[in-house]
Design a protein around this ligand. Structure first.
Ligand code: HEM
Ligand code: HEM
Length: 184
């Protein structure tokens, strides 16, 4: 069960901190950090690593018979934390230009974050143990059935968006590194 919204606050504070560093660089250089320069590039790489962790770690803990370490609720909190801070860093990486495939990748990132919030809302409607297993709660059977149906419908949308996002991100990274970094 997800209790409270500690992970949302921690993600918010981390984003404020990152914004502080971004603002300091912006004011000292009087330029928007470019996506291909040291800061913009680093924040893109770091943010993308956080996004990859979001995509892989929770599913691994949830689905693998061997990955049994830590509570599911903690892994979901980590999922949400990295799923917010990573995309935010990537947003600052873009230098506020959204052309072509890189722009489409940013849009997909935005969509998956919004979809994540919707999923979090539905997920927390279903009573669960700390390990994420559903339990009989105070909810009426009819409402519980509806929440389950919504959750599985949500999965069929959220997971393919995630896949499309990573495919387009890898193409962008390959192209950006080839044209903007190695050919320089
Ligand atoms: C989901 C992750 C990412 C998204 C959504 C994203 C998005 C973007 C966007 C919107 C731009 C600006 C494009 C423009 O000028 O119109 C950009 C530029 C760039 N990105 Fe990313 N990026 C991501 C991850 C990465 C990573 C991990 C790397 C490096 C390994 C990278 C390398 C670059 C480079 C080098 C540029 C500058 C290209 C140039 O100067 O023309 N990006 N990215
Ligand atoms: C980079 C951003 C994100 C990616 C790539 C991503 C990817 C995924 C994937 C692949 C799953 C399916 C896990 C599984 O069943 O194996 C999932 C589930 C989930 N995600 Fe995300 N997510 C992201 C951001 C978020 C955010 C920001 C939130 C909340 C605000 C969120 C909330 C959830 C919830 C509640 C579940 C369902 C957990 C379950 O049914 O066990 N996600 N996400």
């Amino acid at each position: 069960m997800l209790r409270g919204n500690k992970e949302l606050w921690l993600a918010f504070l981390s984003c404020v901190l990152v914004t502080g560093v971004y603002a300091a660089i912006l004011f000292s250089t009087r330029e928007i950090p470019a996506a291909g320069e040291l800061f913009g590039h680093s924040i893109g790489i770091f943010g993308f690593i956080l996004m990859l962790m979001t995509e892989i770690l929770y599913s691994l803990r949830k689905r693998s018979k061997f990955a049994t370490w830590g509570r599911m609720s903690t892994w979901l909190q980590i999922h949400i934390f990295t799923g917010l801070v990573g995309p935010y860093m990537v947003l600052l990486h873009t230098s506020w230009k959204f052309n072509g495939l890189a722009g489409a990748t940013t849009l997909l990132t935005f969509i998956i974050v919004v979809s994540g919030f919707i999923g979090r809302y539905i997920y927390t409607r279903i009573p669960r143990t700390m390990d994420g297993l559903e339990i009989e709660g105070t909810l009426s059977q009819e409402a519980l059935k509806r929440a389950r149906q919504l959750m599985s419908l949500w999965h069929t949308v959220h997971i393919p968006i995630g896949m499309a996002l990573f495919i387009s991100a890898f193409v962008h990274i390959g192209a950006a590194l080839y044209y903007a970094t190695f050919l320089k």
